[in-house]
Ligand binder design. Structure first.
Ligand SMILES: NC(=O)c1ccc[n+]([C@@H]2O[C@H](COP(=O)([O-])OP(=O)(O)OC[C@H]3O[C@@H](n4cnc5c(N)ncnc54)[C@H](O)[C@@H]3O)[C@@H](O)[C@H]2O)c1
Length: 263
């Protein structure tokens, strides 16, 4: 059982979906958590965690704005004295046709998915170094290394970039005792995936979700809390010799040579 007792963690994209799952698990494992997202709903989740007896503070923050990320780091240090863990999870995914979309489609993905992680790392890693070391966990995706369907050019490009950033930062900060790893989720049931299901089958989005589940060897989508458990392990002292790793959490959906034969 991993534990984050006495750790201070910053989680971006924490208002819903995977980020909310990560924040819940971190807080329930004893961390003081600073939850960041653009909308005011992040304040509600922080209040919900406080009502459970956890330490949690919500900050409205757009990770594409470096000043917002600096304010986020400042708030965490003012609230809890230091930062041990940064979980860069905020991200967007909009499918589109490569030849039809204009460059703002590409730029939106680059701004949130790459620059947002960059900005959060620039602002928070110095605080982790000041605290004597700690851990960064970045949410990449199985998409990037692999792709499922047409339409993923902008998203896949940015998620693949995060694997490179993870490894480069792991190398650069190893001597300051900062471990950097990324998680690569497959299909996790979140508002993002529910939105995609609605797009693909507006009459019956549950049918689209069931179809995804059938293609996953474990027979279901993952939960945000399952991602939270993995992030908590990577962020904890139990993972003290793991850095620069890319950990897949996908119920087996990217296993090569998976077929439906024999079922
Ligand atoms: N759901 C999946 O199946 C899946 C699979 C692989 C990777 N991912 C990745 O996991 C992460 C979370 O995905 P999700 O499915 O929970 O998405 P979601 O849309 O349900 O939640 C996204 C979160 O990011 C926040 N966010 C978006 N842009 C932001 C910005 N500019 N500044 C601050 N916060 C911002 C939103 O407020 C929200 O809290 C993303 O990076 C996504 O690419 C998701």
């Amino acid at each position: 059982m991993t534990t984050l007792n006495n750790k201070v963690a910053v989680v971006t994209g924490a208002s819903k979906g995977i980020g909310a799952g990560i924040a819940r698990v971190f807080a329930r494992q004893g961390a003081s958590v600073v939850l960041a997202a653009r909308g005011a709903d992040v304040l509600d989740l922080a209040a919900e965690l406080r009502a459970e007896g956890c330490e949690a503070t919500g900050v409205q923050c757009d990770v594409t704005d470096p000043r917002d990320c600096k304010r986020l780091a400042r708030t965490a240090v003012e609230s809890y004295g230091r930062i041990d863990i940064l979980d860069c999870n905020a991200g967007i995914c909009r499918l589109g046709n490569f030849l039809d979309e204009n460059d703002s489609w590409r730029d939106a993905h680059v701004n949130v998915n790459i620059n947002g992680v960059w900005n959060a790392c620039k602002s928070v890693i110095p605080e982790i170094v000041r605290a004597g070391g700690g851990a960064v966990v970045i949410t990449s995706s199985v998409t990037g290394d692999l792709v499922a369907d047409p339409g993923e050019a902008a998203y896949a490009m940015t998620k693949a970039a995060l694997v490179g950033l993870t490894k480069a930062l792991a190398r650069e900060f190893a001597d300051r005792n900062v471990r950097v790893n990324c998680i690569c989720p497959g299909y996790i049931r979140t508002p993002l995936v529910e939105g995609m299901a609605e797009q693909s089958d507006p009459d019956n989005p549950e049918r689209a979700i069931d179809e995804i589940a059938r293609a996953v060897p474990l027979g279901r989508l993952g939960t945000p809390e399952e991602c939270g458990q993995l992030c908590a392990f990577l962020a904890s002292d139990d993972a003290s010799y793991i850095t620069g790793a890319q950990v897949v959490i996908d119920g087996g959906s990217t296993l090569p040579e998976t077929t439906s034969m024999g079922q």
